[in-house]
Design a protein around this ligand. Structure first.
Ligand code: KIV
Ligand code: ZN
Length: 547
């Protein structure tokens, strides 16, 4: 039975407005924990900029104690994020983590400290090897520490990991204690995606009845049973006022509740969520989804709700007929509301910069200055090579720019010979750290031969060579003259095992061999960047090593 809320003078930290659902995006933290989804610091910043355009309320930028790279990335995002958007950093309830998180976010316009500890018996016994009372004491200790360091007005969130499998009486006792110690948001994670909407709503309802007047009640749902969005929405109906979500539902295992699904459900069914809305500018959803998919290399399934390629496609005659007569017959939301525009501007050899900028804006990308000039030059080159420069071609050019990395290894030239039934011979000319290196190698095909030649050129300089994990190629658009986009994932030859750093690299060209070698060199440069002192953030693989 729910206890009556205890009277308190004034809750610490800002409470979420009661007529709005606060959207806490964790693509850059939980999303990045998806195996193989590691992003560089520059890529994380690019995603953060897109989240700012979306106007989420909180960007969880990372886990600063996980690596220096992630600390740097969180700190850069904290410096750059403005417009009332909070920047959150995650920390375990253990000495060192909260200090590092606070250090990373204290420059933010709105810092948001997020501390967590597991509370379920299974986690306490087998993972942390501590008892309930110790977990409670650690939770209180680090929430109080955060409050004392950050002052009265900063958001301090506490998460009870595996809350949905925790004894509810103990869970509420922990939440009550951390609110007393200064937590302004209490988060209820369904860490392993175990909850069912009705039971989860009942748990959330108990927390709301007990603490809703003193803290914002938040939920964080994983998708192991495909119920993350349903559980999140049931929680909102039960009084939760913060939802933790990721773009494309990216995240550990089966992922997290998807931002676009939750936000569009709130927008599309207002009578189910009376007087509640999110502040998200949904017209930027498609661009955000494409960017995250591109940078992580995680394709979006065609039938994915809201952002899948088929989400607004109608194949059957009956449906097409209905949609032509009135789109409302089969569409519950408009393509425009999620940023899918059928723009009439086309780009060709005679187009100007302004025309391109407008076209890109229609597609959800704001480019100006040098960035616009670079894409303009590439678009004009492409217009020489192929008949039509399509929307997909332009998006691919913008995305390729986003994943540019500092080039310790540069391609100067390549050559390959390959014939039916025989081995291929490839030669690459590279500059590695400013010096020329040319190598030739034999492979079972042209791409293999060139990758072998790159390996032979970089190994003597770096002491490792890239090891290819996956290779994918696809045409950006239709037609024989289409650009090919290659995605590779690689690790270093001296870094193996489950914690190995795996990076992705993209290449884009009308010549698929050129695209392949370009992708391989992006991966080499990322791997190189991640070993130096200015190491990029690859928290996904590194957090796997944390106890
Ligand atoms: O799934 C989970 O429990 C988490 C917490 C750290 C919030 O990601
Ligand atoms: Zn999670």
């Amino acid at each position: 039975m729910a206890r009556a809320p205890r009277a308190r003078s004034k809750p610490a930290g800002p409470l979420a407005p009661t007529d709005r659902v606060r959207v806490f995006d964790t693509t850059l933290r939980d999303g990045e924990q998806a195996p193989g989804a590691g992003l560089t610091a520059a890529e994380k910043l690019e995603v953060a900029r897109q989240l700012m355009r979306l106007k989420v309320d909180v960007i969880e930028a990372g886990f600063p104690a996980a690596s220096n790279g992630d600390f740097e990335a969180v700190n850069r995002i904290a410096r750059e994020t403005k417009g009332g958007i909070a920047v959150a950093a995650l920390a375990r309830c253990r000495d060192g983590d909260p200090q590092r998180a606070i250090e990373a976010i204290k420059v933010a316009e709105r810092p948001h400290l997020h501390v967590f500890i597991a509370t379920s018996d299974i986690h306490l016994k087998h993972k942390l090897r501590i008892d309930r009372e110790t977990a409670l004491a650690e939770a209180v200790r680090w929430v109080a520490y955060g409050r004392q360091q950050l002052g009265r007005d900063v958001e301090i969130e506490f998460s009870a990991e595996d809350a949905s499998r925790t004894d509810p009486e103990f869970l509420l006792k922990v939440y009550e204690a951390v609110v007393e110690a200064g937590a302004s948001t209490i988060n209820i994670p369904d860490t392993v995606g175990y909850a069912i909407p009705s039971e989860f709503a009942a748990l959330v309802g108990r927390a709301v009845a007990l603490l809703g007047s003193q803290a914002t009640i938040s939920v964080h749902c994983h998708n192991d049973l495909g119920l993350a969005t349903a559980n999140t929405l049931a929680a909102v109906q039960a009084g939760a006022r913060q939802v933790e979500v990721t773009i494309n539902g990216l995240g550990e295992r089966a992922g997290n509740a998807s931002l676009e699904e939750v936000v569009m459900a709130l927008r599309t069914r207002p009578t189910q969520f009376p007087d509640l809305a999110s502040g998200v500018q949904t017209e930027h959803l498609t661009a955000a989804s494409r960017l995250v998919s591109y940078l992580t290399g995680f394709a979006i399934q065609p039938n994915k709700a809201v952002v899948g390629g088929n989400a607004f496609a109608h194949e059957s005659g009956i449906h097409q007929d209905g949609v032509i007569k009135n789109p409302l017959t089969y569409e519950i939301m408009t393509p425009q509301s999620v940023g899918l525009t059928g723009s009439s501007i086309t780009i060709g050899k005679l187009s100007g910069r302004r025309g391109l900028a407008n076209k890109l804006a229609d597609l959800g990308y704001t480019l100006e200055g040098d960035a616009l000039d670079a894409v303009y030059r590439q678009a004009m080159d492409l217009a020489d090579e192929k008949k039509d420069v399509t929307d997909d071609d332009l998006i691919a050019l913008v995305e390729q720019r986003v994943s540019e990395v500092p080039q310790a290894v540069r391609l100067e030239g390549w050559n390959v010979t390959s014939s039916h039934g025989g081995k291929a011979t490839g030669m690459v000319a590279l500059t590695v750290g400013g010096e020329d290196h040319a190598k030739a190698a034999i492979g079972n095909g042209p791409v293999d031969a060139l990758f072998e030649a790159v390996d032979a050129a970089v190994e003597p300089v770096f002491g490792w060579h890239p090891v290819l994990q996956t290779y994918e190629i696809k045409a950006v658009s239709g037609g024989e003259d289409a650009q090919g986009r290659v995605l590779v994932r690689c690790r270093r030859s001296n870094d193996a095992g489950p914690g190995a750093l795996i990076v992705s690299g993209h290449g884009l060209s009308t010549n698929i061999i050129e695209a392949s070698i370009e992708a391989y060199l992006v991966a080499v440069n990322k791997l190189h960047g991640a070993t130096g002192s200015a190491a990029s953030a690859f928290v996904a693989t590194r957090t796997a090593e944390l106890p």
